[in-house]
Write a protein that binds this ligand. Sequence first.
Ligand code: CUA
Length: 344
Amino acid sequence: MTETMPPSLKRGVGRILRARGVWAVPALGAAFLLGGCEGDRIQSTLHPASEAAAKIAWLWWVMCGAFTAVFLLVMVLLLLGVYRRPSGEGTGPPLGGTRFVILGGIAMPTVILLGLLIASLETTVALRLPEKQTLTVEVIGHRWWWEVRYPDQNIVTANEIQIPTGVPVRLVLKSADVIHSFWVPRLNGKMDMIPGHTNTFWIAAEKPGEYRGQCAEYCGLQHAKMAFYVVALPPEAFRAWVAERQTPRPAPEAFLPGQEVFMQAGCKNCHTVRGTAAVGRVGPDLTHLGSRISLGAGEIPNTPGHLGGWIGNSQRIKPGNLMPRSFLAPEELHALVRYLEAPK
Ligand code: CUA
């Protein structure tokens, strides 16, 4: 076939096949794939931490294997086509003839696609919400953070979902504005959060740990900065967490100047701190902010320094979020940060 190629095309193909640089593309791709998600709070479907996620990972590998095999087969056939010299003068029938087309073009794809369909259906069945659930958590997507409510326990938090290990947790998923998608790759698949509609979903974690989640549906400017954590606790630690959250304590006296700033500076119009006059629901509930892993929905670590920077001008960190700049005096800001980070 190479004989019939125009010389310029022949030179081009030869150059590509000879160029060592061509291997840089798959090598770089593999490096990205393997290295992109590493970290101490890994967020990857391929590191499942529940039965459901393991099933999804299994399907991923089945599909990856099947597609790789088909791709390699097609590449081998392509190279054969490029390099094989036609027998005789090239006027005879093409290699394999009709039988080759029926087997390779109809029978084989049918078998492969049917196999993959069966594997997908099997996984879908395995992901059905288990009959027995011990806990219901309501998660509401906002641009760009997560409201988390435990209706039966009367607990409200944000950007962090505490669950007990070893049991399926029922999730009631809603949206306050646009379509978001709830996804904790290590615990289960994705489920959309649709305005005016409630979706039911579930997660379970086999072992205690922190599992990072991420909004999986483009929802505006800061979609990529809409993350959260599922914190799986052993059952007794979870019960202790619930008991602690159900009895909010007033802030110790030393932190009251900060509370004063919180009430005066307008924070209370959008945020709730339980046990105070602050009952806003535009932004996250800040009652136990000090105990959270991150600020800004997974964007920055929860430290006094970062919190001060966030309050001062969160627009620099997460442009477009609903929180305006604040113009507090340094001592006011300091007192406010101390108050918000204080145990309550
Ligand atoms: Cu919320 Cu993307």
